[in-house]
Design a protein around this ligand. Structure first.
Ligand code: SF4
Length: 251
């Protein structure tokens, strides 16, 4: 069983393919919580975690997640988006942590179908998990956006950095790039050292993205992160969907 939180058609707001029209499938569940990324009030309770809190906290949101017991219903959704667009957009698998489902046959069938359809598929992952590329070769044909978490996520280092998973994703995907979320507080030498300790041994491109779950936060962090990128030679990526639509859902 896999859990789909939502699907929508938008533009990719972040990373190497920022600006590309993309279908998004957001899956429910995550193996991390990232309490450093903020707090949200939900039904009178304060939940700590990231901006996609509704895709992470199964205890509070799972009843709203759609249980997917066969691939066909999601394949029909993808086919409809392609037909309505009149061209083949990208597909972005996001969450939560979509890699939780990577070896699930339903999930794999969806990914394989999208590839057959000619969609460029990007898996947005925290890079703590990797699939068996021998058993699931379609993953060699997808792009991995490796959003490894830094210390400001307030996840323990052992949970957020799994070198063998990073290594497998960095070497086996059709393309893999790093995408670090940086707060203004970490846009300094300390942040650079954290990034280099994780990504320095790879040639994969490194993107840095400001914290910015909403437009106010994005404005607060963006310039410092841009200057940080200029200083250390990383690629800045904005959050175009936040600039355009702020906190609107399904964007
Ligand atoms: S890894 Fe990503 S989805 Fe999971 S809690 Fe952290 S920021 Fe949220």
């Amino acid at each position: 069983m896999i859990y789909l939180v939502e699907h929508f058609f938008s533009i990719q707001g972040e990373g190497r393919y920022a600006g590309v029209p993309s279908v998004f499938l957001r899956f429910g569940g995550c193996n991390l919580r990232c309490p450093g990324y903020g707090s949200y009030e939900v039904d009178g309770k304060i939940l700590f975690g990231c901006d996609t809190v509704r895709a992470v906290h199964e205890k509070y949101f799972a009843s709203a997640w759609q249980q997917i017991g066969e691939a066909e219903s999601v394949i029909e959704i993808l086919d409809r988006y392609v037909e309505e667009a009149g061209y083949v957009p990208d597909l972005v698998l996001t969450g939560g942590e979509p890699m939780l489902y990577a070896e699930n046959p339903i999930f794999y069938e969806i990914v394989s179908h999208a590839l057959e359809k000619g969609m460029r598929v990007t898996m947005e992952t925290n890079a703590t998990l990797a699939p068996d590329f021998e058993k699931f070769p379609a993953y060699r044909r997808i792009v991995f956006a490796m959003a490894v978490k830094l210390s400001d996520s307030k996840e323990p280092e052992k949970r957020r950095i799994v070198p063998e998973a990073i290594d497998a994703l960095a070497r086996n995907g059709r393309e893999s790039f790093f995408k670090f979320t940086i707060s203004a507080r970490l846009a300094n030498r300390e942040g650079m050292e954290e990034i280099e300790a994780i990504a320095g041994r790879y040639e994969n491109e490194i993107f840095c993205m400001p914290r910015g779950e909403n437009i106010a936060l994005l404005r607060e962090h963006a310039e410092k992160v841009a200057l940080f990128c200029m200083k250390y030679g990383y690629r800045y990526t904005d959050r175009l969907h936040i600039r355009l639509w702020n906190t609107e859902e399904r964007r």
